[in-house]
Design a protein around this ligand. Structure first.
Ligand SMILES: Nc1ncnc2c1ncn2[C@@H]1O[C@H](COP(=O)(O)OP(=O)(O)O)[C@@H](O)[C@H]1O
Ligand SMILES: [Mg+2]
Length: 271
């Protein structure tokens, strides 16, 4: 029963997210993106579009450049060539206001990066207080509203090490949402989790998608991609090989490299 209660809390309606967040979604346009590390050309000319409010799942083998692509979008990496726009910001323009642009982008990683010495609530208020200049009361009200959307308001006094991995990841999502982002980037958010905690994280992400957030999600969760993604993009060796509706790319992939990748992901024991 406690399992069900947790799941119920994590899957309450999308309207709750909207009430807490009131999102205005930003789109992303990537064209001709190249990125090398020394001699290693990791991104070889990527064109990709995520419309405002759209959910795109990015799939592909390890090393194909998925994380590098995400990191270029908020300029944690500097591209060698190409352009990226996020909402009204041209990420690749020399005069871009990186602070303003990054405030619109929430990022959730495989590792949650919560501050271990702070409570869940403090983890969710520290950045809005420092960066947005919110008062303690204002930041706490917003943080509790976001923690409620991921079903964790009742654990706001806990420290991260008192939570499961899945709960910590939901805190990381709530923390990102307190900054009122217009785009959320997820880089394998469930890959480090115990299997039984994955579902509640995906449920929170689905709810966020239903609330209209623009989401670019690197994931190996094909069930999530099928169910939640508007589009799936398959990358291999620094190039987009195939993209389209999830039912097409996952259900009946056309390219041999996509077929091979999905065969290995969906049926790891096969020859
Ligand atoms: N900071 C870096 N310095 C050097 N090489 C890197 C760096 N980040 C990524 N790479 C290389 O880029 C390639 C793609 O990595 P990555 O974007 O992490 O792929 P994926 O997320 O699809 O597994 C890999 O060969 C990786 O070793
Ligand atoms: Mg990666």
């Amino acid at each position: 029963m406690s399992q069900n209660q947790t799941t119920d809390a994590a899957t309450q309606g999308a309207d709750q997210f909207q009430a807490a967040g009131a999102y205005s979604a930003a789109g992303v346009t990537i064209s001709g993106l190249h990125k090398s590390f020394g001699d290693n050309e990791v991104l070889k000319g990527i064109d990709m579009e995520v419309a405002p409010g759209e959910v795109v799942c990015l799939i592909g083998a390890s090393g194909s450049g998925k994380s590098t692509l995400l990191r270029c979008v908020n300029r944690l990496e500097n591209p060698n060539a190409g352009t990226i726009t996020v909402g009204e910001h041209e990420a690749t323009h020399p005069d871009v206001n990186l602070d303003a642009m990054r405030r619109q982008i929430g990022m959730v990683f495989q590792q949650f990066n919560l501050f271990p010495h702070l409570s869940v609530l403090e983890n969710c208020t520290i950045t809005p207080r420092r960066v947005l200049g919110q008062s303690k009361a204002e930041a706490e009200a917003e943080a509790l509203a976001q923690l409620d959307t991921v079903g964790l308001k009742h654990l706001s006094d806990r420290r991260p090490d008192q939570l499961s991995g899945g709960q910590q990841q939901r805190v990381a999502i709530a923390r990102a949402l307190t900054m009122k982002p217009q785009l959320m980037l997820f880089d394998e958010p469930t890959s480090a989790l115990d299997p039984e905690t994955v579902g509640d994280v995906l449920a929170s992400m689905r709810k966020l998608a239903e609330a209209g957030m623009t989401m670019l999600v690197v994931t190996h969760e094909m069930g999530f991609a099928r169910e939640v993604a508007d589009r799936v993009v398959f990358m291999d060796q620094g190039l987009v090989v195939e993209e389209g509706p999830a039912t097409e790319v996952i259900g009946s992939p056309q390219q041999p490299r996509t077929q091979d990748f999905l065969r290995r992901v969906l049926n790891p024991l096969a020859e």
